[in-house]
Design a binder for this molecule. Structure first.
Ligand code: PRP
Length: 181
């Protein structure tokens, strides 16, 4: 698996240190209250597991799974909820946890959907944000790293469902892509 990686973009140590900083920021902002982390499957599952443990505020965790209507229409921004939340978010402080913000279309849909459920507050924490790629404006209160527009895998991010378990984030060798095309 490691042999398929051309270069490392963010090391395990860099990710670990930044997750601790994000956890500190979130703990400071939410203080003695509580925060409901909503992780968007599947990519954010690994990030939320580490982030939650870096937060000292009382945390609850729920998950949503969404899918665009086929990869060809991903850019349309039409998103389908595959798995909804298990509980109501009305009156609760909600923090959406994402692994990567790319075009912003997924988060735009999610935030609109979640805000209609009357949370007390609604913010976003994304580990990665691709610079210059957002097609819709999304306000992320917490951003781990701004990265260039490269296809990255690892720490939850996949290529054809693989490489999510890499402890770092990296770029695949070009021939690995072509094998799948
Ligand atoms: C990724 C990521 C975000 C979305 C961001 O999910 O986890 O949910 O794409 O892209 P956008 O800003 O262009 O909308 P993906 O569809 O790859 O699913 P996965 O998390 O299950 O890998």
């Amino acid at each position: 698996m490691h042999g398929d990686i051309e270069s490392i973009v963010l090391t395990e140590e860099q990710i670990r240190a930044r997750v601790v900083e994000l956890g500190d920021d979130i703990s400071r902002d939410y203080g003695e209250g509580s925060v409901l982390l909503i992780a968007v499957l599947r990519g954010a599952a690994l990030f939320v597991a580490d982030l939650a443990r870096a937060i000292s505020t009382k945390v609850e965790i729920d998950f949503m799974a969404v899918s665009s209507y086929g990869s060809a229409t991903k850019s349309s921004g039409v998103v389908r909820i595959i798995k909804d939340l298990d509980e109501s978010i009305e009156g609760r402080h909600v923090l959406v946890v994402e692994d990567i913000l790319d075009t912003g279309l997924t988060l735009k849909y999610l935030l609109k959907n979640l805000s209609s459920r009357s949370p007390a507050s609604l913010e976003v924490c994304t580990l990665l944000s691709k610079e210059g790629k957002q097609r819709v404006p999304i306000t992320c209160k917490y951003v781990g790293f701004a990265i260039p527009d490269e296809f990255v895998v690892g720490y939850g991010l996949d290529f054809a469902e693989r490489y999510r378990n890499l402890p770092y984030i990296g770029v695949l060798k070009p021939d690995i892509y072509s094998e799948h095309v």
